[in-house]
Design a protein around this ligand. Sequence first.
Ligand code: B12
Ligand code: SF4
Ligand code: SF4
Length: 233
Amino acid sequence: MTGAVGQIGSELTMELCHRYSNENVVSTGHKTKPSEKLREPGPFEFIDVTRKETVEEVVEANRQASYVAREWAVAYLETNRLIARICQRLTDVLADLGVRAASEPATHNFDPVSLVSRWSHKSVAAVAGLGSFGLHHMLITDAGCAGRFGSLVIDAELEPTPVVEKQRCLYYHDGSCRQCVELCPVGALTEEELDKGLCYRRCLEVDAYFADLGLTDVCGKCALGPCALGSAV
Ligand code: B12
Ligand code: SF4
Ligand code: SF4
């Protein structure tokens, strides 16, 4: 249960622990520190994904982990939830201004066979000039590639801001890096391509490993190189 801290979450968590037993309820918070009462009955994860230092710690934890860090999996759940809230809030504010807006969840909006989605947060971010693609097929912004995207498309005419072409991947800059390829534990990523099926199988394995959390189909070892937290160039 994410967002357990806060009045409704706190009451709901205790009620769920009571009904389904403590060890069957995992709660998380992202901003306010949990009370002792919330921390004690069962597993409690606490990750504030809005703090830069916390994101750095999560990246470091995944670097150190021989498998995938639990923090990475929890941060995934928290970030997806945060993105949904931000998009909903923006949509509501824009609606008050008479502007229609549409968004999609951060993930799980893809075809499970082709592993392709009809909505690409990376493309929206690229068009908006936020970053450039790395060898690992992810978008690297000035804050790196270890974060996650949400995107909102709005029905309004805006003055376009100029997009500054900037290389952030060392492989495309001067060929001096291929860490993402070397870091991939299953060989899904090569200089030529990303084997999406192989990558997804690995992510589902990780989900099964963290069976006590929600759907955590993650891995992200390729996102831990010199471009993790900023431009590598
Ligand atoms: C399907 C999917 C997967 C599949 C397939 C991965 C893939 N690379 O296609 C699987 C399950 C394997 C997967 C794995 C992972 N994923 Co994933 N995934 C998605 C999802 C849901 C849809 C992607 C998609 O099919 N889009 C549609 C296709 C057509 O476009 P695209 O691939 O997004 O982008 C292409 C175009 O932009 C085009 N392009 C190239 N140059 C340019 C230039 C311009 C100007 C434009 C417009 C386009 C363009 O090439 C891009 C790459 O092929 C997105 C969320 C979303 N809905 O956007 C997350 C998403 C791509 N995943 C993400 C992440 C973080 C991961 C993992 C690290 C897992 C994890 N969290 O631990 C791994 C990384 C694997 C890797 N190296 O790419 C992030 C990427 C963040 C980033 N910084 O780029 C996203 C955006 C989720 C999010 N909300 O942040 N994922
Ligand atoms: S790890 Fe190196 S090669 Fe891979 S995307 Fe980042 S900078 Fe590029
Ligand atoms: S997410 Fe993991 S399995 Fe997929 S390409 Fe990156 S390192 Fe390889």
